[in-house]
Design a binder for this molecule. Structure first.
Ligand code: HEC
Length: 114
């Protein structure tokens, strides 16, 4: 069910991106530092190979990543691991993280809008 919802949300966000809304307002440099400190234990390429329950974040749309992080924080998306991870993140932290992850090359590829 969560997976189906994610696909619906991703599709909605993708459509929104097509309308030209400004979305990525993060600082990717700062996001990379935060990710190294707090996220890569589970979301690095090696980690996601080891544990299929840890999703690949690199290359996903920034707006989808930000949306997910905000949903974990608000409780609209429930996961015992991730709700703990986002508890102390500010909105700007989440924007920065989403910006950095979306700019990394991974198996998931997001074409850049011109
Ligand atoms: C201890 C392991 C662990 C750490 C550390 C961790 N995560 Fe996660 N993350 C997970 C798991 C497990 C899931 C899948 C949860 C679910 O099913 O909703 C997840 C899911 C996510 C998702 C949703 C991905 C998707 O495709 O919907 C995002 C975004 C995310 N994490 C970002 C982060 C960020 C940013 C950090 C660092 C601040 C972080 N995670 C730290 C384990 C971790």
């Amino acid at each position: 069910m969560t997976r189906v919802l994610n696909i619906i949300i991703a599709a909605a966000l993708w459509t929104a991106a097509g309308t030209g809304q400004a979305i990525d307002r993060g600082d990717p440099t700062r996001g990379g530092e935060l990710a190294d400190a707090q996220c890569m234990e589970c979301h690095s390429a090696d980690a996601v190979e080891r544990n299929p329950e840890w999703p690949r974040l690199k290359g996903q749309h920034a707006e989808y990543l930000l949306h997910s992080l905000r949903q974990y924080k608000s409780g609209h998306r429930e996961d015992p691991v991730m709700s703990g991870q986002v508890a102390d993140l500010s909105l700007q932290d989440k924007r920065d993280l989403a910006s950095w992850f979306s700019r990394q090359e991974g198996e998931l590829y997001t074409p850049r809008r011109p």
